[in-house]
Ligand binder design. Structure first.
Ligand code: PRP
Length: 181
């Protein structure tokens, strides 16, 4: 069945724009306190992280640089092997720098487990993780999330950067979705 034949039924809003923005402000302030006078390189993992990253950095009051990675998975092979293909690497030299990897969701943990190890290989001072959502019931690879928006159950969410079939990333809130044939 192709994506084109699917209908998506959006359910009630799970996290409102105000809830998400409020959490982003709290996290931005925590990052500001944690890094004090240090400079931080924020690395957003596209595409899903674009909206959460932009919200968090607005509340960060330290020197920052922004960079992005684009990654893709190999489907089932990725989940079993923990291999992630990097389609676009970071452009900044992060050697000796503090890095915060920003994601929309940690699901199996495959992506962030791989990317954190990969970035640590570039010799940064530190690598921490900031994620909008944690879905611990799906975890296959250990990921320590330093700055977390919300923990969720085994529900498929869209909005605020998250998609189903590339749709609904622009919604300014998070809602569960049901896929109907
Ligand atoms: C999603 C999400 C994370 C990854 C999390 O990306 O943005 O990168 O899956 O899943 P994991 O913990 O099981 O690795 P997706 O492949 O949907 O791409 P997108 O960011 O373009 O939406």
């Amino acid at each position: 069945m192709s994506e084109a034949t699917n209908n998506y039924q959006l359910n009630d809003v799970m996290f409102t724009r105000e809830q998400i923005e409020g959490r982003a402000v709290e996290i931005g302030r925590r990052i500001t306190d944690d890094y004090a006078a240090e400079e931080v390189v924020f690395v957003g993992v596209l595409r899903g992280a674009f909206m959460w990253l932009s919200e968090v950095v607005k509340s960060v009051d330290i020197e920052t640089r922004l960079d992005f990675m684009v990654v893709s998975s190999y489907g089932d092979a990725t989940k079993s092997s923990g291999v992630v293909r990097i389609d676009k690497d970071i452009s900044e030299n992060v050697e000796g720098m503090h890095v915060i990897l920003v994601e929309d969701i940690v699901d199996t943990g495959t992506t962030l487990h791989y990317l954190k190890t990969y970035l640590e290989g570039k010799g940064p001072a530190s690598v921490r993780i900031c994620a909008l959502l944690d879905k611990p019931s799906m975890r296959e690879h250990r990921v320590d999330i330093d700055y977390l928006g919300f923990t969720v159950g085994d529900v498929f969410l869209v909005g605020y950067g998250l998609d189903v079939g590339q749709r609904y990333r622009n919604l300014p809130y998070l809602t569960s979705v049901k896929v109907e044939a």
